[in-house]
Design a protein around this ligand. Structure first.
Ligand code: ZN
Length: 152
């Protein structure tokens, strides 16, 4: 097993057992529900974005497979404190990576630890699990308040 896939498995297990930023905050400015009907994953994402467009707080609740929940947990860690612009750039990079359009090993990026998800591109059925929380983030920050589904 490669080093990256070992690290991937460790992080997935760790974030599933102890999801970071889990729960519903008392106050939020943006909210979005995400569903992946193919796998049965659900994510409720809550954001608190200040007037300078900085993500001051980000929390989630959800249920589903370990990839969807670990991806949500790691996403909240990496987007907290980021500006909207920066967060959306990371979203695009993450999406590019798991679609196989960005190789984090050779291309410059802001993904950091999220690069462990690069192996997901080998498993098309898991791509929707890994991207679900990110679609919910995109839906929430663009504030249309609609539900998002990986099937749309
Ligand atoms: Zn799933």
């Amino acid at each position: 097993m490669s080093k990256l896939s070992q690290l991937y498995q460790q992080l997935i297990i760790d974030h599933c057992k102890k999801p970071r930023n889990f729960g519903k905050p008392e106050h939020c400015t943006h909210h979005c529900e995400g569903h992946n009907p193919l796998c049965g994953d659900n994510i409720s994402l809550y954001l608190e974005v200040d007037e300078e467009d900085i993500v001051q707080n980000i929390k989630f609740e959800g249920s589903g497979c370990s990839i969807s929940q670990a991806s949500a947990s790691m996403m909240t860690q990496s987007l907290k404190g980021k500006s909207k612009e920066e967060a959306l750039q990371i979203f695009e990079e993450f999406q590019g990576m798991i679609m196989g359009n960005l190789d984090p090993e050779i291309e410059e990026n802001k993904l950091g630890k999220l690069a462990v998800f690069s192996g997901v591109k080998e498993y098309p059925s898991r791509v929707k699990c890994a991207i679900l929380a990110w679609h919910a983030f995109n839906g929430a920050i663009n504030s249309d308040g609609k539900e998002v589904s990986t099937e749309e």
